[in-house]
Write a protein that binds this ligand. Structure first.
Ligand code: PLP
Length: 284
């Protein structure tokens, strides 16, 4: 695989970064993941806008222009022959020399890494036909979840715990309400209405979420942005989650209780179709 590192395209085994890189030592890095379908990038503008916001919230700078970002994405997709898959992008605060809590001096270049991952059955994911099962766990992450940092240890632990319990994923709960999934935004459907937590520092502002709510509104669906509990989810007609890599994924069980009839509901199935159709139209 050919990857991108700080201005160069290299075979992955030749791409090396410093052991003093703050992304490695301090988790001082932000990232984005975009999906590729039919060789085209989905939701490029949205992900780039969020990257800019994550960098600015952490007072990190990276001088690549929008045109350069797109060129790198396209070059990697071409060189690695990606039809379906994803592009991973990470910017860290760079190499500070010795370990130090202070940020490195101004002008220290960030470390920029991009690579592709091919995936089969991304659009035609068999899991989307049967839905997935989740467990709930307390949300033990930090309180700036709106910044997309690489500090993913707790979400990793949560996914492992879900797997150990024989389920697919975890939903996080804080002060009695669901925040989001381990790597996705979550929704319930009750009486035809789509309910999802409002934006704040408590959740990542999903790019898929923003588009999905727009497409749902355009299809005259009713939307309510507010927190909900696990119990409310268990008594909902349907549930689903969204993320750049899974699009719209039906959720059919929470903490052992089937949602609705325990099968993929019509709203989630329809929204997945609409999302794939509309986001593909806008793919670049
Ligand atoms: N919430 C969390 C914690 C995530 O990690 C992700 C995606 O990685 C999302 C939500 C969904 O965001 P997006 O739709 O931009 O992929």
């Amino acid at each position: 695989r050919i990857v991108y590192l700080n201005g160069e395209y290299l075979p992955e085994e030749e791409a090396k970064i410093s052991i003093f890189d703050r992304g490695f030592v301090m988790g001082d890095a932000v990232y984005e993941v975009t999906s590729v379908l039919g060789g085209k990038i989905l939701e490029f503008e949205g992900h780039m806008n969020r990257l800019d916001r994550s960098l600015s919230e952490l007072e990190m700078t990276c001088d690549l222009t929008r045109d350069e970002w797109i060129e790198i994405h396209r070059e990697l997709i071409k060189r690695n022959n990606i039809d379906e898959g994803m592009v991973y992008l990470q910017v860290s605060r760079g190499n500070a020399g010795d370990r130090d809590f202070h940020y490195p001096p101004e002008g220290t270049p960030p470390t920029v890494v991009l690579y592709t991952q091919a995936k089969e059955n991304l659009a035609d994911d068999p899991k989307a036909k049967v839905g997935i099962k989740v467990i709930s766990l307390p949300d033990l992450r930090w309180h700036r979840r709106d910044i997309k940092t690489v500090q993913l240890l707790y979400p990793s632990m949560a996914k492992m715990a879900a797997e150990k319990a024989g389920k697919n994923d975890a939903w996080f709960v804080e002060d009695g309400f669901v925040t989001e999934g381990s790597s996705n935004n979550v929704y319930i459907v009750k009486g035809g209405k789509i309910i999802t937590r409002h934006l704040s520092h408590d959740i990542l502002h999903g790019i898929t979420r923003a588009s999905l709510l727009k497409f749902a509104a355009e299809s005259q669906m009713e939307i309510e942005e507010r927190p909900f509990t696990i119990e409310e989810a268990q008594n909902a007609d349907e549930a689903f989650y969204t993320s750049a890599s899974a699009f719209v994924m039906p959720v059919v069980e929470v903490d052992g209780a089937a949602i609705g009839d325990g099968k993929v509901g019509p709203v989630a199935a329809r929204l997945r179709e609409i999302y794939l159709e509309e986001s593909l139209k806008a793919a670049i």
